[in-house]
Design a protein around this ligand. Structure first.
Ligand SMILES: [Zn+2]
Length: 456
């Protein structure tokens, strides 16, 4: 793999030149790769940005991270001292009385006096607000909520009431985006089925403000076909969520597929069971194909489904990280006869089925390198080996995350003069990286020629 040791020049948004030796221009920024591998920037082909941001932007306020009052105080003060996003809110989750008793407005004010802070009880039913937060939502003005203890800043079963007073529940994306950039991710496909025009505009706005560093392909509802053009966000396939327990009418599914294809959009169908897979393959055979039609997860693929997938030209977007994260549970929950069908890798490639991957973050761990490692070693967290015959080579695992956004299984993008400078630079040569992908550190990440993660 690769071109050996070369210098690479990036000009504006593109790779301008690759050569054995390039003399820097006066004043040109030079990044010393020190022999580390330069790779195409990664694209996570299936994740959920808003959920990921929410998970990252929330402060754990209960066990196991926080178990006493001193720890909670330190945890809140540390977060309060970090740079605030524009709205300044701090949001804690998972509180339990075992930590510091029935904390209230007065207690919160002593710890965080100057930023709006709200903490959710582990039960999900109770919120505790400091004074700055109460002022922000105008809690002292009617209509009042029967479950509200304004003096104490405690709100029981008041989520609807609170939602109406909190400005925008969409979390800032800056932290999630920065974390992805640290792992070499230059693009993501947001696979949230409910995504509509307002979500699309939110991503575009966060991108324009520089909070969202990645290019986004947004899947979602049929209304996305009406989206206006914005930089940094493109409309992807229509997401169709199937559930075996309540499959849609076959003709309705065919009509939805035709509507999407008619609007120039592929479909991406969530399939975790064999019945779901067979159902959607039949619907696609009936409604017709569109380039880029894809199956999300394809968790179980017995041999007879492989020819169906191949015949319909479907791309499979898998989550190899689930082998590691959920493998042990699968081995307990699934009948022995079904276990060989779980989370394929090799079988897709040998059957000519385009294969790509996403982490499904935050429902899976957001680190693509961990996912790649699992695609290669097939290890579960407890050290079992899940269907080792499905193992991929390190190069094949990398290609799962380096295919183009709209043709995820088409194989890795190449680095050549004239290519968009979407790049990631590793801390080690590829021959070392391939031996343990989970250990890889990313030194620098460039999206369209801009450093979105730089050396420390
Ligand atoms: Zn998902």
């Amino acid at each position: 793999m690769g071109l050996g040791r070369v210098d690479v020049r990036v000009e504006a948004t593109h790779v301008a030149k690759l050569s054995q030796r390039i003399e820097p221009y006066p004043g040109e920024v030079v990044l010393d790769a020190a022999g580390g591998a330069l790779l195409p920037g990664l694209h996570d082909h299936h994740l959920h940005l808003l959920s990921l941001a929410k998970a990252l932007d929330s402060i754990p306020c209960g066990p196991p991270e926080v178990s006493n009052e001193a720890q909670l105080t330190a945890q809140l003060k540390r977060h309060a001292a970090t740079a605030a996003d524009d709205d300044g809110w701090l949001r804690g989750i998972g509180y339990h009385e075992a930590v510091a008793g029935d904390i209230d407005r007065a207690w919160l004010d002593t710890v965080v006096p100057d930023r709006p802070l709200r903490i959710q009880h582990r039960s999900g039913r109770l919120w505790m607000f400091n004074s700055a937060a109460l002022a922000r939502i105008g809690a002292g003005a009617p209509p009042f909520h029967p479950g509200a203890d304004l003096a104490g800043g405690r709100f029981l079963d008041a989520d609807d009431w609170l939602r109406a007073r909190l400005p925008d529940q969409r979390p800032p994306l800056r932290l999630a985006s920065a974390r992805l950039a640290e792992r070499g991710v230059v693009g993501v496909t947001d696979a949230t089925p409910s995504n509509g025009l307002s979500d699309y505009r939110y991503f575009a706005e966060q991108h324009a403000r520089g909070h969202l560093l990645q290019e986004v392909l947004i899947m979602g509802s049929a209304e996305l076909r009406l989206a206006e053009r914005h930089d940094g966000v493109a409309v992807g396939p229509t997401k169709i969520h199937l559930h075996e327990s309540a499959l849609p009418d076959f003709d309705d599914l065919c009509a939805a597929i035709r509507l999407s294809h008619g609007a120039g959009r592929a479909v991406a169908v969530h399939c975790v069971t064999v019945a779901e897979l067979v159902f959607v393959a039949s619907a696609l055979a009936e409604a017709g194909h569109h380039p880029g039609d894809r199956i999300e997860h394809a968790s179980l693929t017995p041999p007879e489904t492989l020819s169906l997938l191949a015949a319909e030209g479907l791309t499979v977007v898998t989550q190899p990280n689930f082998v590691f994260e959920r493998g042990d549970q699968y081995l307990v929950d699934l009948a022995a006869a079904e276990q060989p069908w779980l989370y394929g890798g090799r079988r897709f490639l040998t059957n000519g089925i385009p294969l790509a991957a996403g982490t499904d973050a935050p429902f899976g761990h957001a680190d693509p390198w961990r996912a790649m490692a699992a695609a290669v070693n097939r290890h579960t967290r407890n050290g079992a080996c899940l269907n080792p015959d499905e193992a991929l080579t390190a190069e094949e695992a990398l290609a799962l995350f380096t295919g183009p956004a709209t043709r995820p299984g088409a194989g890795s993008r190449a680095i050549h003069a004239g290519a968009t400078a979407d790049l990631c630079l590793l801390d080690r040569p590829w021959r070392d990286a391939r031996a343990d992908l989970a250990a890889v550190q990313v030194i620098a990440t460039l999206r369209a020629g801009t450093l979105i993660h730089s050396p420390q």
